[in-house]
Design a protein around this ligand. Structure first.
Ligand SMILES: [Zn+2]
Ligand SMILES: [Zn+2]
Length: 287
């Protein structure tokens, strides 16, 4: 767990993904799979293991979420007739989006809604081709965008971290990231560059879930540290230009912070690292 890491990209922070403390200890399974993820102690690694295991090790590089739980899959049925922006010019019902993107892989159906019903058992199968995975991920992203946006609006952006599937929140954070990517979430946002972001998002969400269930279990400092690492991981997907991208950085930090600060006291200051202008550094504290 302590072999020196020779080739880490410059912007990576060698800090615990859970508490943010400097450490050289990596998750060895993730590291072998090419994903540099650090944990200061077995205690902190174990704290998020129930969720982290789903993308640890050989799955580390996968840019795709694991299969949905039956509960998550069923939530799509509830939103199947709601309208979502499909492209910048076209709005479709969620079920129509699924039909357009995944219809060729699923049994024939008489309506988009029926197709979505057919898709539910397929969602729980982990074996899919890369092409199918991409189509599924886009379908999920679009559907979540609609569903979560609506929920966020209704609840004034207070999504309960302990009542929805963790991947729901990870997807929501990815969508926040996607809002500042030039290609948006549908294109570049789903590339392998978001894999590390997804790892850190899942860790942050795991901690917020624990804290929502029992506030005494997770120190505030851990949420702050995990959030700093999440923002740092966005540097994999976004190249900032120090001289021009102040607004972009501000927008990203605000978008990621919004769902978090409804649940925990958190203030966040950011700057471009002075020695490496493309790197966004954040420092969280209690307001
Ligand atoms: Zn730690
Ligand atoms: Zn791991």
């Amino acid at each position: 767990m302590t072999t020196p890491a020779p080739e880490l990209p410059k912007h990576y922070l060698e800090r615990c993904a859970v508490c943010g403390e400097p450490t050289k200890n990596r998750c060895s399974a993730c590291f072998q799979a090419g994903m540099p993820l650090f944990f200061c102690s077995a205690e902190h690694q174990n704290l998020v293991w129930p969720e982290h295991k789903s993308i640890c090790g050989k799955n580390a590089r996968s840019p795709y979420a694991p299969p949905l739980t039956p509960e998550s899959a069923a939530s799509f049925l509830r939103v199947s007739t709601q309208l979502v922006e499909f492209t910048s010019h076209v709005k479709l019902e969620c079920a129509e989006i699924w039909q357009a993107l995944l219809g060729e892989y699923l049994p024939p159906a008489n309506s988009p809604q029926e197709m979505l019903v057919n898709a539910l058992p397929w969602l729980s199968k982990p074996q899919r081709s890369v092409k199918q995975e991409i189509a599924l991920d886009v379908a999920l992203a679009l559907t979540y965008r609609g569903e979560v946006a609506r929920k966020a609006l209704i609840d004034e952006q207070t999504l309960p971290f302990n009542t929805l599937d963790p991947w729901h929140h990870v997807k929501f954070l990815e969508i926040q990231l996607g809002t500042v990517l030039p290609e948006g979430i549908d294109g570049g946002g789903l590339s392998v560059e978001t894999s590390r972001f997804r790892h850190h998002a899942l860790i942050l969400v795991s901690l917020l879930r624990r804290k929502a269930n029992d506030p005494s279990t997770i120190p505030l400092g851990c949420i702050h540290g995990a959030f700093e690492l999440l923002v740092n991981s966005a540097n994999d997907a976004i190249v900032f230009d120090f001289s021009r991208d102040g607004q972009k950085a501000q927008k990203l930090v605000e978008a990621l912070l919004r769902p978090v600060k409804n649940f925990v006291p958190i203030r966040c200051e950011w700057e471009f690292a002075p020695d490496e202008s493309k790197v966004l550094r954040v420092k969280c504290s209690t307001p």
